[in-house]
Write a protein of this length. Structure first.
Ligand code: 4AD
Ligand code: MG
Length: 427
């Protein structure tokens, strides 16, 4: 019997297994809120109806003690979850010792150090539950559209997203890196399966402490054969509106716990506004955040741009110098990359990066040299251009940044069960 199914047991006797979430007293009654990981139920212990031993136990029991409670389920609209349990028996499994996270306020450092326990609290429970539904929605979207999941390796010889954020791993005397993105493998996979996606943890040795950066984060990355920049932006719009709608349908209770204004999420319907990098610069100048043409946007610029609309904002045609070696250039202007970033609204910044890939062998060889990348590590990748090259495009969406926006959280650290950040690898 799980608390989330309690409505089916109205008027019946049940036994709950769980932990003490909270407790209060009123005269000869003890109210013990029990959680079992699926919900909370108030258990009512009345001295007049119970043996002295059971009542004393209910009186003494501490926060997070594990127990079995037997009683009668009764509908009560005032109780959390709409039902309460009129207890007839209580069996203690373990009396918990001074649980460190009390109902009072705690600092973030303390909570992060106790992350393994913090996950038991209502807000954290709500966020991680939404995460689970979000990931299912992401996978369903691609599975339903005939994409094949092709897993990409975590240990790799080649850098995808620049050489400054690589975690190096010694591999039997050879140098490898933790993957920054599955993209380079997605591209040959698209030649083998047409429409593919990968989903897994990715790593960046980010040396900056910001509300948007983790060193280990999860990314879902589709790659589509014969798709151009426009096709892949349309796919991203469909994808983002689908996943937002799904979590709104699946997680109303969790959004209530988070006090999320869901009317903001209900506006996330396609199409999304699209502007070029050059137009974005004009908007930044107009909002007194001047940027020189050619410079990449930092967190502050993203926040400004991301506050301009109710919907995600698509920004295309960045200066090629801001982007990775693999981006195809605009045939009308070689200084521009056929890439697109998508910025979440409400100041959340970039959640998607992607675009069209360079598909000409000689051009790509030239870029690898320009970016000072070791060519031999990319020979297999160049094969995609040697044997039946084809136009193709893809993108990557970061789960944690997307979830931070969906849940309106101040920092990505609460969006992953065990965050990894600069100077943070415990627990
Ligand atoms: O823009 P990025 O670097 O793009 C790529 O990795 C491409 N190879 C993807 C592709 O085309 N297949 O990263 C994509 C997304 C970002 O928009 C962001 O959501 C997330 O990954 N991301 C991070 N999330 C948390 N912490 C970090 N340090 C992140 N770096 C990127
Ligand atoms: Mg990016």
């Amino acid at each position: 019997m799980l608390i989330r199914d309690i409505a089916q047991f109205d008027g019946k006797q049940i036994t709950l297994a769980g932990w003490v979430y909270n407790k209060r007293s009123s005269g000869k009654i003890r109210f013990v809120i029990v959680r079992d990981g699926t919900g909370l139920t108030q258990c009512v212990f009345s001295q007049k109806d119970l043996s002295p031993e059971v009542f004393e136990l209910a009186d003494k029991i501490t926060q997070e003690s594990s127990l079995y409670v037997t009683g009668m389920v009764r509908k009560d609209d005032r109780a959390p979850g709409g039902y309460e349990l009129i207890a007839t028996d209580l069996k203690l499994i373990q009396m918990a010792d001074n649980y460190p996270i009390s109902p009072k306020e705690h600092g973030t450092d303390f909570l992060m150090t106790n992350r393994h326990l913090w996950l038991r609290s209502r807000r954290q429970h709500a966020i991680i539950t939404i995460r689970s539904h979000l990931i299912k929605a992401m996978r369903d979207f691609f599975d339903n559209q005939g994409f094949i999941l092709v897993d990409t390796p975590i240990l790799t010889p080649a850098a995808v997203e620049g050489t400054t954020t690589l975690f190096e791993v010694e591999y039997f005397g050879e140098k490898t890196y933790l993957t920054q993105s599955g993209q380079l493998y997605n591209e040959p996979d698209a030649a083998a399966f047409n429409k593919v996606y990968c989903f897994g943890p990715t790593f960046r040795a980010e040396k900056s402490k910001t509300r948007r950066h983790l060193t280990e984060f999860w990314m879902i990355e589709p790659e589509v054969a014969f798709a151009d920049l426009n096709d892949i932006i349309t796919l991203a719009e469909d994808f983002i509106s689908y996943i937002v709608e799904r979590v709104l349908t699946k997680c109303p209770e969790q959004f209530k716990v988070l006090e999320r204004d869901i009317s903001k999420l209900e506006k996330i319907t396609k199409p999304f506004p699209r502007i070029t990098y050059t137009e974005a610069i004009e908007k930044l100048n107009a909002n007194s955040k001047p940027v020189k043409w050619g410079d990449d946007f930092g967190g502050d610029e993203e926040t400004v741009l991301s506050n301009l609309n109710d919907k995600p904002l698509v920004i295309t045609h960045y200066p090629a110098q801001c982007k990775a070696f693999y981006m195809k250039r605009d045939s009308n202007d070689d200084k521009l990359a056929l890439g697109a970033d998508i910025l979440a609204p409400e100041g959340y910044g970039e959640i998607v990066g992607g675009g069209q890939r360079e598909d000409d062998l000689a051009t790509l060889e030239k870029r690898i040299a320009e970016y000072k990348l070791p060519k031999q590590a990319f020979e297999w990748y160049l094969d995609v251009r040697r044997y039946g090259t084809f136009p193709h495009s893809g993108f990557g969406l970061g789960v944690e940044r997307t979830l931070a926006w969906i849940c309106a959280l101040p920092h990505v650290r609460e969006t992953i069960p065990y965050p990894r950040m600069l100077e943070k690898v415990y627990p």
